[in-house]
Write a protein that binds this ligand. Structure first.
Ligand SMILES: Nc1ncnc2c1ncn2[C@@H]1O[C@H](COP(=O)(O)OP(=O)(O)OP(=O)(O)O)[C@@H](O)[C@H]1O
Ligand SMILES: [Mg+2]
Length: 405
């Protein structure tokens, strides 16, 4: 086997070995072992730059091919530093007479001639690799060219390993950040829930207490007892409603899927609100797409969503206006659009309106939209809003159609 053929097969072996490794340390260990085994160098030195780019962490191997750490060194006055700076290979014919690198680490190990090569990948300098022999002038041009190829392979493998490391770190950080976000979001929601419940139940409890005292004071005044009992009952119903809202929010329940057409559900909800429309001088336009297919959804839950959207629209038009309810068949999903010509919303309101307990209404619980969003997401759908202050708002619910059936 001639020399260059032997070298090519060595490079092939080396590149196979280093590309199979995923960690920087393993790659450097393989490069040291294989290079020394194939070429019988006296010493090999490989140094990688740290994150600051100012320090090298060199590792050195002798004839046994075992790579050992050799501390931390600066770049100035070093052959490795020179190569890193110039990004060009450097051949030193005789270290003992080369006054540029008087404190060479390789020189101290009995190396007389050496080749130092930059480790560069995609224009980024990662460090340098040096091999040395104990005789002067021991490197031919072709051997230097081969070494350059080995350095390129090494740099690519090291860069990949570093990127994988970085990715691993980023992934870990992301996972931690997500965990703490979810945690703090949950805590914030629980905090708001507790504050909301405390605030909401205070008034009914005080009323119930006050009117019960009234009954105890004059238990024989039948008219007073009846009036107080009615008020107490109303307050109890209010408490039940608060409880139902909170339970609904914390446990919206799995959708109970039924085969229905959105048009049916919209008609039913509009019929339910008919009296309210008339009372508020709200004119209703229905634009139902007759081609809307049957689809799978929980009719009770979707009705709850539409009731809330329509109630919100009515609340936004205290002096009357127009309400439009549309359905649109979009093939793989059906859209239900509820639009009003009411007060509209500012950017800040739009950004927060799906948050639990966000309300601008006296007596509102601020749970309508957050529950609606949860329900629609549980159905694999989306809920979106566009609004302009003073002109009105439009909420679009998209519900998927199972196109396989
Ligand atoms: N159509 C709309 N026009 C203007 N503002 C709206 C509209 N829909 C919702 N909003 C705003 O979003 C807020 C949150 O609505 P959401 O339905 O979640 O709670 P709410 O209506 O205040 O209380 P409830 O829990 O009783 O529904 C409302 O208080 C209101 O400020
Ligand atoms: Mg509401």
């Amino acid at each position: 086997m001639d020399n260059s053929h032997r070298w090519y097969s060595s490079i092939y072996e080396i590149s196979k070995a280093i590309n199979a490794k995923l960690e920087v340390r393993q790659i450097l260990r393989v490069i040291a072992r294989e290079t020394l085994r194939h070429a019988g160098y006296h010493r090999l030195l490989v140094g990688l730059l740290d994150r600051t780019g100012e320090w090298l962490h060199p590792h050195m191997a002798g004839r046994d091919g075992v790579l050992r750490p050799a501390g931390r060194i600066g770049l100035d006055g070093r052959a490795l530093g020179f190569v890193i700076h110039n990004r060009e290979p450097l051949v030193i014919a005789d270290l003992s007479s080369d006054c540029r690198f008087p404190n060479s680490a390789l020189g101290a190990e009995g190396v007389r001639s050496c080749v130092v090569l930059p480790l560069e990948s995609s224009g980024e300098i990662l460090g340098a690799l040096a091999v040395g022999r104990s005789t002067p002038d021991a490197f031919s041009e072709s051997e230097t060219a081969m070494l350059l190829e080995i350095a390129e392979q090494t740099a690519t493998a090291v860069r990949h390993a570093q990127l994988i490391d970085q990715l691993r770190e980023e992934k870990q950080k992301l996972a931690e950040a997500k965990d703490s976000l979810v945690h703090s979001d949950r805590l914030a929601t629980v905090g708001r829930l507790a504050a909301h419940v405390a605030h909401e139940i205070r008034n009914p409890l005080a009323t119930i207490g006050g009117f019960t005292h009234g009954i105890l004071k004059s238990p024989t005044d039948a008219a007073r007892v009846a009036r107080n009992a009615r008020i107490i009952l109303e307050e109890v119903e209010r408490l039940e409603q608060i409880l139902a809202n909170v339970m609904n929010f914390s446990r919206p329940g799995e959708p109970l899927l039924r085969t229905r057409c959105a048009n049916e559900t919209v008609e039913a909800v509009c019929a339910f609100h008919e009296n309210a429309f008339a009372e508020r001088s709200v004119v209703v336009h229905k634009a139902l797409d007759p081609s809307c297919p049957e689809q799978q959804y929980d009719p009770d839950q979707i009705r709850q969503v539409l009731l809330n959207l329509i109630q919100n629209a009515l609340d936004a038009m205290p002096n009357g206006g127009e309400l439009t309810v549309e359905t649109q068949n979009r093939g793989d999903h059906v859209r239900i659009v509820v639009s009003d010509t009411g007060e509209g919303m500012s950017r800040e309101v739009i950004d927060t309106l799906f948050q639990p307990f966000y309300t601008t209404k006296v007596g509102g619980t601020g749970l309508g939209l957050s529950v609606s969003q949860k329900i629609i997401r549980d159905h694999g759908g989306r809920i979106a809003v566009v609004s302009e202050p003073g002109r009105g708002s439009s909420f679009t619910v998209s519900l998927p159609v199972d196109t396989d059936t």
